[in-house]
Design a binder for this molecule. Structure first.
Ligand SMILES: Nc1ncnc2c1ncn2[C@@H]1O[C@H](COP(=O)(O)OP(=O)(O)OP(=O)(O)O)[C@@H](O)[C@H]1O
Length: 340
């Protein structure tokens, strides 16, 4: 450790559409929803992460909540910068004489354009990053799952996040085939919102729809261990009177069908483009599922039955990308060929 190392801080950031995780000294120090609340009059940030999420859908005229990322990429540059800065401040609670200079590894969707990458780099630099390295999300997920990414073997990772589903075949330290589609957890949530409006005449917000997904979301209409129905309250669209309806996992499975089929098609198309030797490795090893979407009930079974290759859910799938980004940070030199 150099004499001036106390002036440098190393952090790994999984900047996600739904959640942002920061790792520092091998520990998860921030794990918050990617949301900020901004005062419209001053344009200053008044809340961040879980606090801002509590305000979502409940704000008055002077306050707005913003999710700075949409579909895996920065949609609101200012809000993203304020969010990254605010989350980094959460780590450094004690005041310091000199703010540390930051060396960071941050992950990006594999389908990012040069402009989208530039936005991530600029936001990170404006938030205090001096050395900013970027790594593709599926590569970070593979490292986080514990795959030897440098081996001459094919491994397929499907990372279903909030905004994007990233499908990649990795071998010899590179991404051989990749497919990034903008259908993921957020789309499943809005499918549920739409379904509740149409089917039950009940108006619900994004937070309630996500709760339904987590409580009774399913990729199969027959589950071995079915969850209990979930009771949803809200205003009747026609009368504005309060109503309460029980929602079953079967109806949610039905309403998610279209989006899940699109994910299936993308996986099949990535497999189609995979060279035969690597394809054989994947059939033998199975396919790894990461990201919050991997937690959807029955998804692994549905994909295994449909594609005829076993699907394995990564350990703690919501944090696989962050874990991998943390490992890449510790081995920046070893993994330099993986960084942008
Ligand atoms: N138990 C669950 N069942 C289904 N979906 C879930 C569950 N838990 C979390 N999710 C969903 O997972 C998504 C968030 O996953 P994750 O944190 O991996 O995404 P992200 O990294 O923020 O997004 P992206 O990688 O697209 O930028 C959200 O849409 C959330 O609703």
């Amino acid at each position: 450790m150099g004499f001036f190392s106390f002036l440098t801080q190393e952090i790994a950031i999984d900047l996600g559409t739904a959640n942002t995780i920061i790792i520092c000294n091998d520990k998860i120090v921030v794990d918050e929803p990617s949301i900020v609340a901004i005062d419209r009059r001053t344009e200053k940030m008044v809340a961040i992460g879980e606090k801002a999420r509590q305000m979502q859908g409940k704000t008055h005229g002077n306050l707005k909540t913003i999710r700075p990322l949409r579909d895996g990429v920065i949609a609101d540059f200012n809000a993203a910068e304020q969010m990254i800065r605010g989350m980094i401040k959460m780590i450094n609670k004690k005041p310091r004489l000199f703010p540390p200079s930051l060396r960071m590894v941050i992950c990006i969707p594999s389908g990012s354009t040069e402009v989208e990458m530039r936005a991530v780099r600029d936001s990170s630099e404006h938030a205090g990053g001096r050395d900013v390295y970027m790594i593709y999300e599926p590569m970070a997920a593979a490292i986080g799952i514990g795959i030897d990414v440098e081996a001459p073997e094919g491994n397929m990772v499907v990372d279903i996040g909030g905004g994007t589903t990233e499908i990649a075949v990795i071998s010899l330290g590179g991404i051989v085939t990749n497919k990034s589609i903008r259908i993921a957890g957020d789309d499943l949530t809005s499918d549920i919102q739409e379904y509740m409006r149409h089917q039950h005449n009940i108006k619900i917000g994004e937070r309630t729809a996500e709760e339904i997904k987590i409580h009774v979301g399913s990729a199969l209409s027959e589950l071995e261990e079915p969850p209990n129905d979930f009771r949803v309250q809200g205003p009747n669209q026609m009368t504005a009177l309060p109503i309460e309806v029980p929602v079953s996992y079967q109806e949610i499975a039905h309403c998610l069908e279209k989006s899940i089929s699109k994910i299936e098609i993308a996986i099949l198309s990535a497999l189609e483009q995979t060279p035969p030797e690597l394809y054989a490795d994947i059939v033998n090893r199975g396919i790894y599922l990461a990201g919050g979407g991997a937690l959807l009930r029955g998804l692994d079974k549905r994909l295994t039955d449909k594609i005829n290759i076993p699907f394995h859910i990564a350990e703690d799938p919501l944090r696989a990308v962050a874990r991998g980004t943390g490992i890449a940070l510790k081995n920046v030199d070893k993994f330099s060929f993986l960084m942008r």
